[in-house]
Design a protein around this ligand. Sequence first.
Ligand code: KG4
Ligand code: ZN
Length: 397
Amino acid sequence: MIILGVETSCDETALSLVRCEGDLTAPRFELLGATLFSQIAIHAEYGGVYPNLARREHQKNIVPLLIELLKKVPTEKVAHGATIAMTPEKENIVRGILAREQELIGAFLAEVPRLPRPKADAIAVTMGPGLEPALWVGINFAKALGVYWDSPVIPTNHMEGHIISPLLATAKPVAFPGLALLISGGHTELVLLRSWRDFQILGATRDDAVGEAFDKVARILGLPYPGGPEISKLAARARQHSSEKSSAPFKLPRPMIASDDFDFSFAGLKTAVLYGVQNLIKAQKDAPLSETQKEAIAAEFEDAATEVLVSKTRKALEKYAAQTLIIGGGVSANNHIREAFEVLAREQGSTELLLPSRDLATDNAVMIAMAAYLDHLTGSLKNGLFARGNAKIGTKA
Ligand code: KG4
Ligand code: ZN
C-alpha cells in the first residue's frame, strides 16, 4: 500500500509518500519521498506560533510542496499515472471544499490538474491534536485531492504519528507491552502500548509541555525561538568546560520526581529559572548574564528536565515490564535526552529503545502516512474529516 501523508498541525507544512507493507506483527515502511517547509523563521520574529499566520503559510506552500514531491519521487518507485481531467462536476466539489482556503484554491485548480496522479492507495492527513486553523488547511487539501484523484482519505492522530516514527528505521517487530514517552512542544505523555490496537495514557503534564519549557527558558535567557535546540547547544558547551567554571549559579527543582503517579509538571521549573535569573542579575548589580552563566543555567535546566523524564519513565518501565521504549516528539531530537535514555535502556537490560532519526523527531508527514497504515491494519479508522485540536491518543470516534 502506498500512502500520501499530509501534515499541517503546527508550523511545518509537510507531505510524504510512503510504501507500507506487512501485518501488525511486523509492519514495514519504505520512504519514497518527502517534502517539508518549516515556518520557524517566520514565527521566530514573534517568539511563538501564530495560528492564523500558520494557516496562511500552509495555504501558500502546500501545492508547491506537492509539485516538488512528485518531481522527487522516482517513477520506478511509484508509477505515476496519467493526469486526470478536472471535470466541471469535480471542480464544483473542490471549490466547495476549498471555499475557506482562499489562498489555496487558485493554486490547486491551476496546478494539480497538470500533475500526474501517483499510484497512491490513500491520502493520510493529521486531524489533531494541533492548531485548528492550521489543521483545516491540510484536511481540506486532502479532501479536495481525494475527490480529484478518487482516493480515500484517512484522518490520522499526530501523536500516534510520533509514536510510530522510529519504525521507519527498523524492520524488527515491536515487543509488547511497550511504553512511549511523547515529548513535544504541546505534549508530555507516557503511553502504555499493550498492542498496536490498545494505547493507554498513563500520565501527562499538568501544565506546560517539556518543549514549551525549553522554549520559555530560552526566551528568559534571550535566545531565539524555538528554544529547544538553542538550550541544547549552550548546555553542551557548559558540559565541555571545566566542572568548576560551568557549575550552575543556582540549583533547580526536579518537579514531581518522587510523586506516586506518571504525571509531570514543568511550569514551576520555568518559573524557578526566571526567579533564579532575576536574583542573579540583582546580586551582580544589574550586570547582564555572561555567556558562561547562560551556558551553566541551560545545562542545569536540561539536567532537571531530563532527570524527571528518565525517572518517571524508569518507574513505568518497571511497573508494566515494558519490553520496548519509544521516545517521540520534537524534544527527542535533544542529544542529552537521547543519551540519557540510551543509558536507561542499557540499565534495564531487556528493554529495546526505539528513537526516531532526528529529522523524524520533529513534525513531518512521513509519520502521518505510517500511522494511517496502522489505523488501516487495526481497522480503527477514525471517522469524519474534521479538525480536533485536542484529539487524544487512541481516539477512534
Ligand atoms: O514535535 P514538535 O516538532 O512539534 C509539536 O508537535 O509540538 O516539537 C517541537 C518542540 C519545540 O518546543 C522545540 O523547542 C522542541 O520540540 N525541540 C527541542 C529540540 N529540538 C526541538 N527541544 C530540546 N532539544 C532539541 N534539540
Ligand atoms: Zn509534533
